[in-house]
Design a protein around this ligand. Sequence first.
Ligand code: AVJ
Length: 320
Amino acid sequence: MSAEPLEIHLEEQDLGRNLRQDVRAGLTAEEKWLSPKWFYDARGSELFEEITRLAEYYQTGAERTVLRDRAAEIVTVSGAKTLIELGSGSSEKTRLLLDAFTRHGDLGTFVPLDVSVSALRESTARIAADYPGLRVRGIVGDFTRHLDRLPAGGRRLVVFLGGTIGNLLPAERAEFLAAMRAALESGDWLLVGTDLVKDPAVVVPAYDDAAGVTAEFNRNVLRVINRELGADFDPAAFEHVALWNPEREWIEMRLRARHPMRVQVLDIEVAFAAGEELRTEVSAKFRPEGIAAELRAAGFVTSEFWTDPAGLFGVTLARA
Ligand code: AVJ
């Protein structure tokens, strides 16, 4: 079947309003920040795909190993009729699940949801072409805001891969999981991928690769703001920083001003001191007991927790 037209729950103006609010709040804060949501324009999505192919970025390969080894089990345990993927991007790893559902399952519909129209257009077309008989309904939306728009009914499995849940701050994560549970009915399932706490000597290079792809990805957020809001950031004037925070057990990406500067954005003038940093992303790393506790607090029951053989990355299957 060809993919159905994308369902747009995030209109251009909605996206623009959300971006303006975020930029205003983040750039006028004492400690400046921007949401990682805004990395993913067409160029940012491409750069992220490039990151997943880097030797230093162990997550993608580790998660793929788990999905490959456990796909059949995920299919039989969940018995899903509808597969919903949040922050689906290219849906590359999800094919392991779609393949298993094709062999052992009874899946009728695949619903990828992403903020990136470009990524979604490509992925829905390719998946519809490769899985004849599967109904593919792409939704343009924001998983922190549009969980109430997910298709109802059937036995649903929601997958949230890539460790993207780690890009939410702890309070946002609790809110997200509660909203996720509220959007599901008991008997539905959640599959969530989480990067695990490990030696910072392994984690830091994953966010500061030798080829500088992550640095470009980080600076791309400034290009997005320039284009969308007519700002005049000079991306080259910012240095990429990846820092391990041992108390919070998360990576922080920042952009550090190389010299003092003033940036015009919206109706504000934002001053940066030399060396001042703008936080662009938090990427939390998890411990197995922490994941289970957060899921439990939101009303989920953990059914399975798997890691790759090296114990780098965790995948949890939980029941609503
Ligand atoms: C896969 C979206 C969770 O936090 O590791 C990659 C994004 N940031 N390199 C992550 C990302 C820097 C990524 N997510």
